[in-house]
Design a protein around this ligand. Structure first.
Ligand code: NAI
Length: 496
């Protein structure tokens, strides 16, 4: 099934269809473009031309290449004109019956060898194919917005999609300079499913008054995410984000893991969609003053008590180097089952999924540290019965070690550990259920939503035992189904 250089029909000349048309024409295909709305296809070509003009200015493409690409695009006014194409890519509105009707109509036009691809972002590919004479030739080809810039393509196979068809779309995507990943048709496919906890956990933390949204965003960005969850929801649009969450939740038969948040619904109901409406979680008006992050002035460290560095690994090595540099005397307990510092009777431990208070009055906790950017906002919490001296000393230790400590309510898993553990957990379930491979989930999350690492890369750097402790801690605290660990994760702990 050779698709390279073959003529293509793109249906729907909106945001996605115009991007797909551009990429296909640039890859050398003759592209027929059809939109039922009068003038929409010509508008899309104008948009592509404007985009090319700016790329020529920036010397990213030549004027000749741009002209050649444009000349390969032809607007058609009836589907019958597309009878000789080898591939149809549909990017019309997201409604099952409309998509089904279109593909059924197309079967009467194109050759039986023609592949039919849908850019659906949420509808079951199996369901779209229902009723076709040749359901095996229908496949999902899920691009991300903006199509020319986003590398990922989820190649989604429904129950009846033939493996040759999936592979042909995979190969074509590669030829277009994209990074395709195979996915089984299940709700949210890969990216829109695995990403759900990124928003859901932030919303739950905010709802439970664990921390301000700016604190949550700052901590998440400190481990390499380009945007915090609240900034991102405001950018995507709370209406869109809420509707994706709701559709995944419904599609999974109301599994509480995917439950939408009333915090976000309230924003949607109030028209507070985010950037596009001027206000969402944050205020985007000209006069907006979004509250700054709390500042922290470190106290002098009390060095009278013996200092013991616990555990092993990258953080412990960094901290021990720092202590040497600062001339702080310490001993090490590398056999300890926790990471952090013991100062006299007090402890500053990395979270393992329990609250600080559950250890007693002497414990403060700090969040998972995944990387060391210049300005690292680090969430910490402390036992409700801790002495006031430890309440000022614990964050001062973090500050002297180079972090900007942000105090949050004493809840299990803090901010980063809880979020990343839940992302890993969802990825583990996705792989465990045969939706995609581990490598595909890593690529999908890196390229589809710009995560700094893939979920299985985080897992390799952390450990399944560590992730499981966070999940079990959350499960124990909240009860219910939401924090149940993936069976794959439990299996992996046996090989840790
Ligand atoms: P859009 O609203 O910008 O464009 C849709 C176009 O399809 C419109 O120009 C409309 O006139 C045309 N159209 C509607 N029904 C038609 C029909 N029966 N025959 C011919 N043309 C028809 O929508 P957008 O955002 O481009 O989305 C298109 C598809 O891509 C949807 O299935 C959507 O879920 C999916 N998608 C959207 C993404 C996004 O970020 N916007 C990302 C990935 C997938």
């Amino acid at each position: 099934m050779e698709l390279i250089n073959q003529p293509i029909l793109v249906i729907g000349a909106g945001i996605m269809g115009s991007g797909i048309t551009q990429v296909a024409a640039q890859a050398g295909h003759e592209v027929l473009l059809f939109d039922q709305k009068e003038g929409a296809a010509h508008q899309a070509i104008d948009k592509i031309q404007t985009l090319f003009a700016s790329l020529i200015k920036k010397e990213k493409i030549t004027a000749q290449a741009a002209q050649a690409s444009i000349s390969r695009i032809k607007v058609i006014s009836s589907l019958a004109e597309a009878k000789d194409v080898s591939l149809v890519i549909e990017a019309i509105l997201e409604k099952l019956d409309v998509k089904r009707a279109l593909f059924q109509e197309l079967e009467g036009v194109v050759d039986t060898n023609c592949i039919l691809a849908s850019n659906t972002s949420s509808i079951s590919v199996t369901a779209i194919a229902n009723g076709l004479q040749h359901p095996e030739r229908l496949v999902g080809m899920h691009f991300f917005n903006p199509v020319p810039l986003m590398k990922l393509v989820e190649v989604v196979s429904g129950l009846q999609t033939s493996s040759d068809v999936g592979q042909a779309i995979f190969d074509l995507s590669l030829h277009w300079g994209k990074t395709p990943v195979h996915a089984k048709s299940t709700p949210g496919f890969i990216v829109n499913r695995i990403a759900r906890p990124f928003y859901a956990e932030a919303l739950a933390m905010s709802q439970e008054q664990m921390a301000d949204i700016a604190v949550i965003d700052a901590c998440i960005k400190s481990v390499g995410f380009k945007m915090g969850p609240f900034e991102l929801m405001d950018l995507i649009g709370n209406d869109t984000n809420f509707s994706v969450t709701s559709s995944v939740y419904e599609a999974f038969f109301f599994d509480s893991r995917f439950r939408p948040s009333i915090v976000q619904k309230e924003l949607v109901d109030g028209g507070l969609f985010g950037r596009k409406s001027g206000r969402g979680f944050y205020d985007y008006s000209d006069q907006a003053v979004n509250p700054p992050l709390p500042s922290f002035d470190a106290s002098r460290l009390n060095l009278q008590d013996p200092i013991v560095l616990h555990g092993q690994g990258a953080i412990v090595s960094q901290w021990s180097e720092k202590f040497v540099k600062l001339d702080i005397p310490f001993t090490q307990n590398t056999q300890s089952d926790w990471i952090g510092l013991e100062v006299g009777k007090n402890q500053l431990r990395q979270t393992q999924g329990k609250t600080a208070s559950s250890y007693g009055s002497h414990v403060a906790l700090f969040d998972q540290i995944l990387s060391t950017p210049n300005e690292h906002y680090l969430a910490w919490s402390i036992s409700e019965h801790a002495f006031t001296t430890w309440q000022t000393q614990a964050p001062s230790w973090l500050a002297h070690l180079g972090y900007h400590p942000l105090r949050v309510k004493d809840m299990p898993g803090l901010i980063v550990a809880r979020t990343i553990a839940m992302l890993i957990n969802e990825a583990a379930d996705t792989v465990n259920q045969g939706v995609c491979s581990r490598e595909a989930s890593n690529q999908a999350m890196r390229l589809g939503v710009n995560y700094p690492a893939g979920p299985f890369e985080w897992l390799d750097a952390w450990s399944s035992t560590g992730v499981l402790k966070i999940l079990d801690g959350l499960d124990d605290h909240y009860r219910g189904e939401r924090y149940r660990a993936s069976p794959l994760l439990r299996q992996l702990t046996h090989s840790d």
